[in-house]
Design a protein around this ligand. Structure first.
Ligand code: ATR
Length: 270
């Protein structure tokens, strides 16, 4: 029987995940069925149970269900436990549901693919919401010299940094605490969606610095335009999207798909 997977979201019709996973399966010669399912806002657990009773083997989880998914899991990876959220559900032996989060691996893998060196880098992360919490563990595991998490609401960044204190040199604060220069600035705020830019000093990029926006679009985000004008190399979040999908695929099926061709195709279609 064909193995079934899906992405749960609400809304979910615009999701690129079905196309990405279909392309991975085609490249690997796998026979899978991957669909998008709009789960009811108040019964994510019911939607997952229904899916597995119909032969579902695993799922991706997107907004707004990542925390609900986290709560229903029988077991969690360490990185998902840290993130407090799950973007990948895996049906294990005897109907056990395992939860993981692959966004951070997607981000770190995309930085590597773009030649950005994390070891020894001074990193500034903008934002302190779920998107940032989800990537800090793999980011810190790559041994940057320091990570400053700066957020509009400084207290949230300070609390977030405190939760990851044992994994590396990390601190939190407000945008006013951003001082000195950085080798990498990652925008994990949702400000780009509104076309907003966090208030930042003009001279925060070190020589050869990169700017990464977790968002992507047909046009560069406001943040990436601002960063390019100040000499940083801009990278958008499309590669992170494909990277997190590849890591989910590996968790389900044990094989890591090649992300390059799928990313190129998505880029063409933006
Ligand atoms: P997500 O899951 O995408 O991270 P979230 O948890 O709602 O969503 O977090 C959104 C992040 O974007 C927060 O860090 C938020 O800052 P606050 O904690 O101060 O709310 C940040 N954000 C949203 N709009 C912003 C804006 N216009 N300027 C700066 N930061 C913004």
């Amino acid at each position: 029987m064909t193995d079934r997977y899906c992405v749960f979201g609400h809304p979910v019709a615009h999701s690129k995940s079905p196309a990405i996973h279909a392309a991975f399966a085609a490249a690997l010669g796998d026979d899978i069925d991957y669909t998008a399912i709009e789960a009811p806002l108040d019964d994510f657990a019911g939607a997952w149970q229904r899916f597995i009773s119909e032969g579902g083997r695993g799922a991706n989880v997107t907004v707004p269900f990542k925390e609900q998914a986290y709560r229903l899991c029988d077991s969690l990876s360490e990185r998902a436990r840290r993130a407090g959220a799950v973007n990948t559900l895996v049906l294990g032996a005897e109907g056990v549901t395992h939860g993981d989060t692959t966004d951070g691996v997607g981000l770190v893998g995309d930085l590597e693919a773009n030649g950005v060196r994390l070891a020894g880098a001074r990193v500034l992360v903008l934002g302190a919401g779920g998107a940032v919490r989800g990537v800090l563990e793999p980011l810190l595991a790559s041994r940057p010299t320091s990570v400053l998490v700066a957020n509009r609401t400084a207290e949230k960044a300070m609390a977030l940094a405190a939760d990851f204190q044992d994994l590396g040199v990390i601190s939190g604060g407000g945008f006013a605490d951003v001082a000195g220069t950085y080798d990498l600035v990652i925008n994990g705020t949702s400000a780009s969606l509104a076309g907003d830019l966090p208030p930042l000093p003009d001279d925060l990029f070190a020589d050869g610095a990169s700017a990464y926006d977790m968002m992507y679009g047909a046009e560069p985000t406001v943040f990436l335009r601002w960063a390019s004008e100040r000499g940083a190399r801009p990278i958008d979040g499309l590669g992170m999207l494909v990277g997190q999908a590849a890591e989910s695929y590996r968790l389900w099926r044990g094989q890591t798909p090649d992300t390059g061709p799928v990313l190129a195709e998505l880029r063409r279609a933006l």
